[in-house]
Design a protein. Structure first.
Lengths: 139, 112
């Protein structure tokens, strides 16, 4: 694939960070249609951008033939979003504590920590076939 | 994201506008900041009043600028930090790293 494809509540993008804005427009559009407050929209948009950054850079490693798939659904007053890649996965327990003094001035390594801070629930399903991260936030 | 820059009392003021989420837009701010530093400017204010939100990529750019300036005897100040960005600085403990001011004028005064 060479450009984003939207189908219902799903957007599929090539593994390229230039498509972050397409994902953001899709996610924020869905949330505003749901009547979400701007602060909630921002929290979810930030979290999705973190997950897509990770999926492109660390999951699919910028491989143009491996898409990133993002789905969004609203149910029981909450929004659930999944971000899936085809990478070899990662162990969230291996991520260094970004609040430790020795890590405070590191330029990277805060993404998952921020997602966990902003979302109500985060589930990471990593395997050799790919990683799917599911996040949930009440509206 | 858009980016404007100006100078006031020997201080370079950068004003990004939009969202700082990674990809080509984030490179714009990163490259400009390092261009300013490499030109010999040692005092920089980043006015965040028009930034809707940023993610860890944006925070990484701020940290890179802060450490590069500090290593060259320079200083970075933040101005007009929005509530959403302030919240991120707090949860990541970066609020202990950056000096933030309520206005660009206050930030410039702090660098004189």
């Amino acid at each position: 694939m060479d450009k984003p494809v939207i189908s219902g509540n799903t957007i599929k993008i090539p593994a390229d960070l230039k498509y972050l804005t397409d994902v953001d427009d899709f996610i924020e559009g869905f949330l505003r249609d749901c009547g979400a407050e701007e602060s909630v929209v921002a929290d979810i948009a930030i979290s999705v951008s973190e997950l897509v950054n990770n999926a492109v850079a660390h999951g699919n490693r910028y491989a143009p033939d491996q898409p990133i798939i993002i789905t969004i659904d609203k149910m029981n007053g909450a929004v659930t979003i999944t971000v899936s890649d085809q990478g070899t996965g990662f162990n969230p327990d291996d991520i260094a504590d970004p609040l430790a003094n020795e890590n405070l001035l590191k330029e990277a390594g805060r993404g998952i920590f921020i997602v966990r801070s902003l979302m109500d629930a985060v589930d990471i399903d990593a395997s050799r076939q790919g990683t799917t991260v599911t996040i949930t936030k009440a509206l | 994201m858009q980016l404007t820059d100006r100078e006031q009392d020997g201080v370079v003021i950068l004003q990004p506008k939009g969202k700082i989420m990674g990809g080509p837009d984030a490179s714009l701010l990163h490259d400009k900041l390092h261009e300013v530093i490499e030109a010999g400017n040692k005092k920089v204010v980043i006015d965040l009043s028009k930034v809707d939100w940023m993610n860890s990529t944006g925070l990484g750019i701020l940290i890179s600028s802060y450490t590069t300036l500090r290593n060259n005897d320079g200083e970075l100040k933040l101005a007009n930090v929005t509530d959403k960005i302030q919240s991120l600085l707090t949860i990541t403990k970066l609020v202990t790293v950056f000096d933030s001011y309520d206005s660009v004028g206050d930030a410039v005064d702090a660098l004189k």
